[in-house]
Design a protein. Sequence first.
Length: 287
Amino acid sequence: MPVHSNTSLTVLGLGDMGSALIRSWLTAGYAVTVWNRSARTVPKGATPTATAAAAVSANSLIVVCLLDDASVRATLGGIDLTGRDIVNLTTSTPAEARALSEWITARGGRFLDGGIMAVPSMIGVPDSGAYVFYSGSPEAHETHAAALSVPAAVTYVGADPGFAALYDIALLSGMWGMFAGAAHAFALIAKENIDPVEFAPLLVGYQQAMAAYAYGTAAQLAGGDYTEGVESNLSMMATTNGTLLRTAAEQGVSPELLTPFMALMNRRVAEGGGKESTTGVVDLLLR
């Protein structure tokens, strides 16, 4: 029978993130049973098992932090999950999380999916800014709220098991756009007598200031009027893009990180959205 305890749990996966999670629980005084598919160093104080089945049988709270959805299914396949609460911290898509929830529930377990918004070095560190999106069984979330809050702050986003993954990937997608803009900016100055270290604070400050633009986009999406509060309309921004592209050419920089978004802006203007902000691009992406 699994151990029903507020201070014990099982972790499947001893990668960098799994190990960081384990250390945070050990530091907080939890008893942690662990298993990994291959030989890995076990954090001091954790109890290793020879099989995944043995690890699952040890506790009612099972945290899974593996490579992908297929590895989760391969690991849990054939194991009795009755009475277990499976918390999946393996990166997945919303559809994968929903299907896995059905698979776990059909075999007697409760399911929570998680999206970790942190790197391993942030786990268990107070005020690091780390947090985890969780979605799925409200009962499982309530039961294990204290344990789940040990490695990082908890943001529960609802009973739909796919929402944690969706929030996670949506934020990561926004991050990649920011990284792309930063990469292009650094490329523009690379051949000049400009110190990138001195330039970086200017870039960070500007990106932080512009990030608040998302609030306006959200309000326009909610209200349906994409011209509400517009100061720099899409037509003007699309025209300005020509200067950005000419500058890239002068500096010998490929525009490939910018042109896909610029093409969408031009399409929206051509369809009559010139007085809007860039919010209309969202509609183009949904087609």
